[in-house]
Design a protein around this ligand. Sequence first.
Ligand SMILES: C[S@@+](CC[C@H](N)C(=O)[O-])C[C@H]1O[C@@H](n2cnc3c(N)ncnc32)[C@H](O)[C@@H]1O
Length: 238
Amino acid sequence: MSAWLEEWNSRQDVYLGDRHRDRHYRAVAHDIVRLLPPGARRVLDYGPGDALCAPRIAAACEEVVLCEAAETIRARLSDRFAHHRAIRVISPRQLADLPPASIDLMVVHSVAQYLDPAELDTLLEQARRLLGAGGRLLLGDLVPPEAGLVSDTAELLRFARREGFLREAAPALLRLAFSPYARRRHHLGLTRIDETQMTARARRAGLSGHRIRPNIGNNQARWTFLATPAQTPLRPAR
Ligand SMILES: C[S@@+](CC[C@H](N)C(=O)[O-])C[C@H]1O[C@@H](n2cnc3c(N)ncnc32)[C@H](O)[C@@H]1O
């Protein structure tokens, strides 16, 4: 298991509190629904975390498949959605069981920064196999080379002010700055990538894509890449 995956498997202390967690998942789900290809039936969310708003996405298509590598998170997801008829929870190994071209939208939001180059390439190849004609890969929250803790903090404070949890944010930010996550981030670093690099990596996997604005979710210091199987023109988002 990679060091970052181990970290996510053992704790998930990146949120300032319940309101931050709730607003974060709401914002991401809102954007995912906005970017569904017309007529989309199946959405695959890779590295969905706690996916608090997966039902919102499921309401806009036929099925949401949550593929989570961290066992502890996956167990929580399996419990939470055990009785939801349109949400399925799987492990990365089970991706191989999904038929080719069976996914209309594959979402990978705020995950790529924890992947090493080989893991990212494997994921892009899996996306290429799983996406149907006109299917989309949405890679959100990519960390550009110039972004860092300062821009992430500024974006978080802006989000807190907009969503009404600024008062709780200041002490929580201080706690976060000294959290195990912050120490891990300092030691392991995040994988950074710009549009030229991402476009080339996607092309090697048989995908054609480009940056879209704004970034999905709430951190505009990061960015989003939208790709389709090569030679499939992008249809307008609804
Ligand atoms: C910041 S959370 C993102 C959760 C959700 N997508 C969101 O937008 O809130 C990071 C996710 O990446 C996953 N992850 C971290 N390292 C990984 C790795 N090496 N391989 C696969 N998944 C990984 C974690 O398990 C977690 O689900």
